[in-house]
Design a protein around this ligand. Structure first.
Ligand code: FAD
Length: 504
C-alpha cells in the first residue's frame, strides 16, 4: 500500500486535524513539515515567527512520536522536497489543510497542484476553519460558518505505522538572514500553551473581557491571547468555539447572581471567532488585497507622499505621541497588542503621517507573532480608509491615552523617558518641555494631520463619481450580511446582543 503524505502547514497539532485523521484512516502516513527558506526571505517574515514556529514543531513532534511516527522535517523548495520523496516512496496521496496565507504560499500551492496533477497524485485539501474555498457569494456565509463550527472535534490518531525517513534540522535565524529582533517577552508556541490559555481565559482571566479588551493596561491579561496559536494552528478555531460554547452552557446553568460578567464576555468572544474567518475569507476571495487597495479610487492617493523620516519615527516609537510610542515599543518587545491599539497605530501611520498602508502593514506583520495575512491586510486597509466601505475612523492618540491609560501606567512602563513627567502632562508632554528629557517633540501636529487626512478622504469619496458603485461591489463581495447573520446566530446561539459590533 502506498504512503499518504500529510503536509503540516499552519495546522501544527494532531487533534482536530482532518487531513491527518482522514489520511491515517486510509493507509500509512508520513507526517511532513517542509521548511521553505525562500518563504523566509519574504518581507513579512521575522525572527519572532521563527521562534514561535520552533516551539510548535517541537511539541508537534512530541505528540506524533507518542503515536509511533515522528515528524519528518525537510528543508527546501516544496516541489524539490516532494519530488525527492516521490523518487523513493510510493506516494498514494498528498494531504494538507487548505491554506489562505500570503501571496508567496498561494503561488507555491499552485505549483504543488500542478506537480500533483503531472504525477497523478491526488491532493486532498480539507478546510480547517470557516473559510470557504471558491465561495460563490457572501449570502448565507454565517450559517455555513456555524455549520462548520458545530461539527464534532476530531480525535487524534491513536497509532501511526512507523516509516523510516531522514528528518533534517531547522536552520537558525542567522542562517536565514533574518533581521535581529529585540523581543523580550514573546509568547511561547506549542499546543500545551494554547490549551492553558484557553482554559484560564474561559474560567478566570476572561470575565472582564468586554470591558477590558480596549485598554492596553488590562488587555494583555483579559484578552484570550490565542491569536498566535490560531495563526500557527496549535489549536483549531473549532476547538476554541466548542470550548466557548461549553462554557456558555455551564454559565447558563448558574444562578443569576453567580454569572457575573461572563455572558457578555463569552458573547463578545464567540463573535470574534467568527470575525477571524470572516476576514480571512476576504483574502481567500481576493488575494490582491495583500498588495493593492481594496477600492481602486484610492490608488495614487498616498503613494507619492511617503515620508521616510516619519515612517522611521513611527517604527522606532519616537513620534512624540506617548500612546503611539508606548504601543510600538510594547509591540516590539512582546509581539502583541490589543485590537484598539493596533487600530490606533495603523490609523496614526495612515492618516496623521499620511503613509501608504503597505509598508507600515509589513512592519507590523513582522512584529505581530500572530501575523495572519487575511486578517492583517483587511484590517490594515480598514484602518487606512482604502476599503471604501467602512466609516473613516481616525483615532486621536491623545484621547486614546486619556481614555485607555488614565493612570499613565502603560506609558510609564514603555516610555521610560516620561517616567518622571507630571501626571497632568503625560499624554501631552510637549506642554511641559522642561520635563521631556530626550523624549522627542511631536513629529506632526495631531489636529492638522487628522483634519488634512479627513478632508482628502471625504473629498475623494464625495467627488469620485464611481466611488459608490465600486463600494457597492465590494460590499456585495466581502460585506457581512447582517440580517442573515442575526438569523443564524439566533438559530445556533439563540441570542445576539444588539450592541455587538458587526464587521463589514
Ligand atoms: C491593523 C490590525 C492588524 C491586525 N492583524 C492581525 C493579525 O495579523 N493576526 C490576528 O490574529 N489578528 C489581527 N488583528 C485583529 C486583532 O487585533 C487580534 O486578533 C487580537 O488582538 C488578538 O488577540 P487575542 O487573541 O487576545 O484576541 P481576542 O480578543 O481574545 O479574540 C479571540 C480571537 O478572535 C479573533 N479576532 C479578535 N478580534 C478580531 C478582529 N478584529 N478581526 C478578526 N479576528 C479577530 C482572533 O483570532 C483572536 O485570536 C489586527 C487588527 C488590526 C487593527
Amino acid at each position: 500500500m502506498g504512503i499518504n503524505i500529510v503536509w503540516f502547514k499552519r495546522d501544527l497539532r494532531i487533534a482536530d486535524h482532518e487531513a491527518l485523521a482522514e489520511a491515517s484512516r486510509t493507509g500509512p502516513v508520513l507526517p511532513l513539515y517542509i521548511f521553505e527558506p525562500e518563504l523566509w526571505k519574504e518581507p513579512d517574515m521575522s525572527r519572532r515567527h521563527l521562534a514561535f514556529l520552533k516551539d510548535c514543531l517541537r511539541e508537534l513532534n512530541d505528540s506524533l512520536q507518542a503515536t509511533g511516527q515522528k515528524l519528518i522535517i525537510k528543508k527546501g523548495n516544496a516541489i524539490d522536497v516532494l519530488e525527492k520523496l516521490h523518487q523513493h516512496l510510493d506516494i498514494e496521496a498528498l494531504w494538507s489543510h487548505q491554506e489562505t496565507w500570503n501571496g508567496w504560499t498561494y503561488e507555491r500551492d499552485k505549483m504543488v497542484k500542478q506537480w500533483c496533477h503531472d504525477r497523478n497524485i491526488p491532493w486532498h485539501e480539507p478546510s480547517q476553519n470557516g473559510v470557504i474555498r471558491r465561495l460563490s457569494g457572501r449570502d448565507g456565509w454565517a450559517a455555513k460558518w456555524y455549520g462548520r463550527m458545530k461539527k464534532p472535534v476530531m480525535p487524534p490518531p491513536e497509532a501511526l505505522e512507523r516509516i523510516e525517513e531522514r528528518s533534517e534540522s531547522l536552520p537558525d535565524a542567522n542562517e536565514l538572514g533574518l533581521e535581529v529582533d529585540a523581543f523580550k517577552e514573546l509568547q511561547k508556541g506549542g499546543r500545551k500553551k494554547a490549551l492553558e490559555l484557553l482554559q484560564n481565559f474561559l474560567h478566570e482571566r476572561g470575565e472582564g473581557y468586554t470591558q477590558e479588551m480596549s485598554s492596553p493596561v488590562t488587555a494583555f491579561q483579559s484578552c484570550s491571547r490565542l491569536s498566535a496559536h490560531l495563526a500557527f494552528g496549535t489549536i483549531s478555531i473549532r476547538e476554541v468555539s466548542h470550548a466557548c460554547e461549553h462554557r456558555r452552557q455551564e454559565i447558563k446553568q448558574m444562578p443569576r447572581g453567580m454569572k457575573g460578567k461572563w455572558p457578555s464576555a463569552l458573547r463578545s468572544f464567540s463573535g470574534r471567532l467568527r470575525w477571524h474567518c470572516h476576514f480571512i475569507q476576504k483574502l481567500e476571495d481576493e488575494s490582491r488585497i495583500e498588495f493593492e487597495n481594496m477600492h481602486p479610487a484610492y490608488d495614487g492617493l498616498r503613494e507619492h507622499d511617503f515620508n521616510e523620516a516619519l515612517f522611521e519615527a513611527w517604527k522606532a516609537g519616537e513620534t512624540g505621541y506617548p500612546m503611539v510610542d508606548a504601543c510600538m515599543r510594547a509591540l516590539r518587545s512582546t509581539g502583541w497588542l490589543n485590537f484598539r491599539m493596533r487600530a490606533m497605530v495603523m490609523s496614526f501611520a495612515s492618516y496623521h503621517l499620511w503613509l501608504h498602508w503597505r509598508s507600515p502593514a509589513l512592519h507590523l506583520a513582522r512584529l505581530f507573532t500572530d501575523y495572519e495575512p487575511g486578517i492583517h491586510y483587511s484590517q490594515a486597509q480598514m484602518q487606512s480608509g482604502t476599503t471604501g466601505i467602512n466609516t473613516i475612523r481616525i483615532y486621536n492618540p491623545v484621547k486614546q491615552g486619556f481614555d485607555h491609560d488614565p493612570e499613565g501606567s502603560f506609558i510609564r512602563r514603555w516610555v521610560p523617558e516620561l517616567r518622571g513627567m507630571d501626571h497632568a502632562f503625560l499624554h501631552t508632554p510637549w506642554l511641559a518641555k522642561s520635563q521631556m528629557g530626550n523624549y522627542p517633540m511631536p513629529v506632526i501636529d495631531e489636529k492638522d494631520g487628522r483634519k488634512s487626512a479627513a478632508s482628502k478622504l471625504y473629498g475623494l469619496r464625495k467627488n469620485n463619481k464611481t466611488h459608490q458603485a465600486s463600494a457597492q461591489k465590494i460590499v456585495n463581495k466581502h460585506g457581512s450580511r447582517k440580517s442573515s447573520l442575526r438569523r443564524s446566530v439566533n438559530r445556533h446561539a439563540k441570542k445576539i446582543s444588539q450592541q455587538e459590533e458587526l464587521p463589514l
